[in-house]
Design a protein around this ligand. Structure first.
Ligand code: HAS
Ligand code: CU
Length: 562
């Protein structure tokens, strides 16, 4: 083992350093956000530990403040920063080209400053508005300004990815974009269309309102702009994990991707159909024409199709590798997957959780069924499967390989990491069972129920057992998080570095059916055209409703409830 001077560590490929900075900042956010999770699970086990938490962390004033920190740091900040770091590196590595490095660092600084600005009011209980920041709940201007800077940073990442692709295309005019880069560019282009709603909401409504320049804002208009971004943001979280499932996972278990063009089609479908679906979060909102709710429902069902395709192709790729390693039987091959590999373990467990998470999503997307579960704990039960299990586990698994790969520092404590991953999966599955069932029994989401016990006797008696399960799951998750974060941060902070030839490689999957010589692949490669198509569709399904709501602008003043 050789010790290299720090300054030499990234000299071979400087994008490694900026990617590492994004990923590290993301994990710092996640480790803080995760801390509040068990307290929320225990709230739903009717244990109010907030007075006790206040003694250790005096700035925490309520369940709602903890929930805001949890949602913002985990769901919004961690996922975005990880995508910015990982996708930038994977695309640059595959294209063997550097992105515009100064711009990449500018994106990191924008995200960092945005995070610090938003964190101040969050920690001071001055922006307890939950991660959806629905008006008329009103937060401190710094929160909205910080959040806007974080979004601007993500848009700089859109530019970085597209610019790099554009340069590569100029140098390789008749070649199809390599697969991982294709998936990465499509993801960023999708986000480029998706983010517009939130940008308008922040710049035109929330920031001027919080600064006192606007007397009030229209809650329905704000919610509609929010969900323009709020649904596709979940695919912005998911697609970097899909990049790993398609581009890296099969390789690490000895398999191959079944079809390269099909993987492209999946990402193209996400580019086109991710955004025009936001009304499925607003089925219960008055003031939106049922016709448009129906259109968004149909498109929601369409956007589930690429995930169904993914389920079958990724399972087939895994089976291929496991059978090649001697796996037999209808399900017996599963034992032969390379479970010791952190990417395989974490991503496959995450994908298994997503089978249930996806099924729940389709229930939510069905207009009439959604009325039963809307605003109950069913909804957090649903989304912890895709985002907190499938996406977060995949990112953790990738980080366990990527951090040593980028830094040259050997992973510390792989066995602890694996144990943490299995416990994380177990805890999330148990919590999902508890929350889905409690939701069906009518327990509301986002409620400090352990603090308002006397009013909820009926709910307690019918769902007591599920509440206990929730508490147990939250405790398991606290135990799970400890070794995972310990291993990742101990790896980062150690002084040892491997010699370049000893560093772990990160190889991309090969496909059985490749892209060569296929006209369909070249058609799919016209990404500017598909990007414009995505924008047109989203304008068609949003503009009639937005214009109508705008024309009857209701000016609501701000409220602070907690
Ligand atoms: Fe959702 C609410 C509908 C996917 C996240 N969702 C939410 C919220 C979040 C969220 C955060 O229609 C709450 C927002 C809030 O705070 O109010 N969701 C869907 C639908 C899908 C879906 C139709 N959601 C996601 C993903 C998320 C996410 C992904 C995060 C990353 N969701 C809704 C609706 C609501 C909603 C309504 C509003 C409800 C309400 O009332 O408020 C679909 O895209 C899902 C398609 C997925 C599949 C599963 C495919 C399975 C795969 C794994 C295969 C396994 C393998 C392993 C390969 C069809 C790909 C094999 C291994 C072996 C060893 C065998
Ligand atoms: Cu959605």
């Amino acid at each position: 083992m050789a010790t290299l001077a720090r300054k030499d560590a990234y000299a071979d490929f400087p994008v490694k350093k900026v990617s590492l900075y994004f990923i590290t900042l993301g994990f710092i956010a996640l480790s803080i956000g995760t801390l509040f999770g068990p307290f929320q699970a225990l709230n739903y086990a009717n244990l109010n530990l907030y007075p006790w938490l206040q003694k250790i962390l005096p700035f925490v004033k309520s369940y709602y403040q903890g929930l805001t920190l949890h949602g913002v740091l985990n769901a919004i900040v961690f996922t975005q920063l990880f995508a910015q770091g990982a996708l930038l590196y994977l695309q640059s590595k595959e294209m063997k080209m550097l992105p515009q490095m100064g711009v990449a660092w500018a994106a990191w600084w924008l995200a960092f400053v945005g995070l610090v600005l938003a964190a101040i009011p969050l920690l001071l209980d001055d922006a307890t508005v939950l991660y959806t920041f629905y008006p008329p709940l009103k937060g401190h201007p710094l929160f909205y300004i910080g959040a806007a800077l974080i979004i601007v940073s993500s848009l700089v990442s859109v530019y970085l990815s597209v610019e790099l692709w554009h340069r590569w295309k100029k140098q390789n005019p008749n070649k199809p974009t390599p697969l991982v880069s294709y998936m990465s560019v499509a993801t960023w282009m999708m986000w480029g269309v998706a983010a517009i709603g939130l940008v308008i909401e922040a710049v035109v409504l929330l920031i001027p309102w919080s600064l006192g320049l606007l007397k009030g804002v229209d809650p329905l208009l704000s919610r509609t702009l929010f969900w323009w971004t709020g649904h596709p943001i979940v695919y912005f979280w998911l697609l970097p994990a899909y990049v790993v499932w398609y581009g890296i996972l099969p390789k690490r278990t000895g398999g191959k991707l079944i079809s390269d063009p099909l993987a492209r089609l999946v990402f193209l479908a996400f580019l086109i159909f991710s955004s025009p679906v936001g009304f499925h979060h607003q089925f219960a909102d008055p003031g939106i024409d049922p016709f448009w709710k129906l259109v968004h429902t149909v498109l929601t069902m369409m956007v589930a199709v690429p995930s169904l395709v993914t389920a079958f192709t990724i399972a087939a790729s895994l089976e291929l590798g496991a059978r090649a390693a001697g796996g037999r039987g209808m399900l017996g091959w599963i034992k032969k997957l390379n479970w010791k590999d952190p990417i395989v373990l974490a991503s496959t467990l995450g994908a298994i959780a997503f089978i249930a998470g996806g099924a729940g999503g389709i229930v939510n997307a069905s207009f009439t069924l959604d009325y039963v579960v809307h605003n109950t704990t069913w909804i957090p039960g649903h989304f912890h499967l895709p985002v907190a299990t499938a996406v977060t586990l995949t990112h953790m698994g990738l980080a366990a390989v990527l951090i040593p790969h980028l830094t040259g520092k050997p992973l510390v404590g792989l066995r602890y990491f694996r144990a943490g991953v299995v416990l994380w999966f177990t805890g999330m599955m148990l919590m999902a069972i508890g929350m889905h069932t409690m939701g069906l029994l009518g327990v509301p989401r986002r409620a400090w129920i352990s603090n308002i016990a006397p009013n909820l006797e009926g709910i307690y008696s019918s769902s007591a057992i599920w509440m206990v399960l929730n508490g147990i799951a939250g405790t398991i998750l606290l135990i799970a998080a400890t070794p995972i974060f310990y291993v990742l941060f101990a790896t980062l902070l150690q002084g040892r570095r491997l010699a370049p030839e000893e560093r772990p490689e990160l190889e991309f999957t090969e496909a059985i059916s490749g892209p060569e010589g296929r006209r369909s692949v070249m058609v799919m490669d016209r990404l500017y055209f598909w990007w414009a198509t995505a924008l047109v569709i989203v304008l068609v399904v949003y503009m009639p409703t937005l214009i109508r709501i705008w024309s009857t602008f209701v000016s609501a003043p701000g409220y602070r409830l907690w």
